[in-house]
Design a protein around this ligand. Structure first.
Ligand code: UDP
Length: 463
């Protein structure tokens, strides 16, 4: 690749990437685009028009952005009657808009050679095929979750699932509640269940599958999956500055759908001692109940450690009023509507991450060596939590009471277990450090993900 850089080859090879409009999908795909651009591909990121309108910052110079219509150009999914209605429109209007973008580019000096599409929109593959593009399906979740969905789609795992445990190739024995909530809570979100199963609807037609993970992280299941599909692990898709530092000026994801209180967080963290803060966030979509919010607030306060808690604007009204009024937060904690998560995780004051275990948050914490307290809510999060605790042993998982609530005592216990001196906490910290080293190794020059990215670039150059 170095050789290629010197010779300036590849400058004309243009690839289009297309994520669905959600923070957890845009971040990894945009990050991957930046990697490709650093290897001298020309890269365009297609975003829905409403995403472009609501973005709080500009995408990196190396990646050009083009708008795609999903039929809801002002508010996106929020404008639609239901998720069903949204996805139906997205497919019809999005296919057309994507085709127009590809056609428009055909008459320029840099027609698209390939499309990297979000695996949640398999119709994008059909559009790209019509124009003879190389196609890569980009999976934003863990391979373990993908494997579950593959088995369910192909009928090897029948749903609703029966029996207390599930045994599938490449995976540890799983309890029903380790599976995706769309599966164990069958019927809870039929539209989303369809979307995750349909990742495998036509993927055999794709030239390759790109996975935001790395070989050592999901060793067995990746080996199993690679016998079925041409997969390439390309993760962790975390900005280069946190890992290998190969990509210049790659310091953050670069497109936020939320306004971040970056300086407030950094100023507050700068005043804290190393390892003294619990960082708490449930990502861009999870909603906690009011009772759960109160238990969490009290548990964090009682833990006697500092906490930095992200409570999105739409969730703010559920914060327990009494506590806010007593101004307890300024003493021990800081609540913000959004932060620059990577900067927070990388800050030496942060000692652990209480997380919903969205895949990006999980792999970010793994990459930065931050111990986790897993508090999964729905979708793929339970399985990620299972791996955090039982496979990588980099965290603990909260226990729910019979009402499905995590009580304050449990929160307090988990924070203390990870943060305070003690055998388990120390072991978790050692493991977290080990995984951080392995994550860096994967994307560093010659590492497993780095090699796969290079292979992918070469495959585009040679087409
Ligand atoms: N994130 C952030 N600031 C926050 C909370 C989250 O920048 O205050 C980012 C986080 O770094 C991650 C993404 O938002 O890249 C959330 O993705 P994830 O898969 O963890 O969860 P989702 O939002 O999809 O549930």
């Amino acid at each position: 690749m170095e050789k290629m850089k010197e010779e300036g080859a590849g400058d004309e090879t243009h690839v289009l990437a297309f994520p669905i409009p959600a923070q957890g999908h845009i971040n990894p795909l945009l990050q991957f685009c930046k990697r490709l651009a650093s290897k001298r591909l020309k890269v365009t990121l297609a975003l829905t028009l409403s995403t472009i309108k609501s973005a709080h910052n500009e995408v990196s110079n190396n990646v050009r952005v083009e708008g795609i219509s999903d039929g809801f150009d002002e508010g996106g999914i929020k404008e639609a009657e239901s998720p069903d209605a949204y996805f139906e429109h997205f497919e019809v209007v999005g296919s057309q808009s994507l085709a127009e973008l590809i056609k428009k580019q055909e008459s320029s000096s840099y027609p698209f050679k390939g499309l990297i599409y979000d695996s949640h929109i398999p119709w994008a593959l059909e559009v790209a095929k019509r124009y003879g593009l190389v196609t890569a399906s980009f999976f934003t979740q863990s391979c373990a979750n993908d494997a579950i969905y593959y088995n369910a789609k192909k009928g090897f795992l029948s749903i609703p699932v029966e029996g207390p445990t599930v045994s599938l190739p490449g995976l540890p024995i799983l309890e029903i509640h380790d599976l995706s909530s769309f599966i164990y809570n069958w019927g809870s979100y039929p539209t989303f269940l369809d979307a995750v199963l349909n990742q495998f609807k036509n993927v055999e037609k794709a030239d390759c599958l790109l996975l935001n993970t790395f070989d050592k992280l999901e060793d067995e299941v990746l080996k199993w999956m690679s016998k079925i599909y041409p997969i390439k692990t390309i993760g962790p898709t975390v900005p280069s500055i946190y890992l290998d530092k190969q990509v210049e000026d790659d310091k953050d994801y670069g497109l936020s759908l939320f306004e971040s209180s970056k300086e407030t967080c950094m100023d507050w963290l700068n005043m804290r001692e190393a390892g003294s803060v619990t960082y708490v966030s449930f990502g861009s979509m999870c909603e906690l109940g009011e009772e759960q919010m109160e238990e969490l607030a009290l548990g964090l306060r009682n833990s006697n450690h500092y906490f930095l808690w992200v409570v999105r604007k739409s969730e703010e009204n559920k914060l327990p009023k009494s506590l806010v009024a007593e101004d307890k937060y300024s003493e021990k904690g800081l609540v913000v509507a959004w932060c620059s998560q990577l900067e927070v995780l990388a800050h030496k004051a942060v000692g652990c991450f209480m997380t919903h275990c969205g895949w990006n948050s999980t792999i970010e914490a793994v990459s930065l060596g931050v111990p986790m307290i897993a508090m999964p809510q729905w979708t793929d999060q339970p399985m990620n939590a299972k791996f955090v605790v039982d496979v990588w042993e980099v965290g603990v998982r909260v226990k729910l009471d019979e009402k499905g609530i995590v009580r304050r005592e449990e929160i307090e216990k988990c924070v203390k277990e990870v943060m305070d001196q003690g055998d388990r906490g120390e072991q978790i910290k050692r493991n977290a450090f080990r995984w951080k080293v392995l994550a860096k190794e994967a994307v560093d020059e010659g590492g497993s993900s780095d090699k796969n990215i290079e292979d992918f670039v070469v495959s585009l150059l040679c087409t």
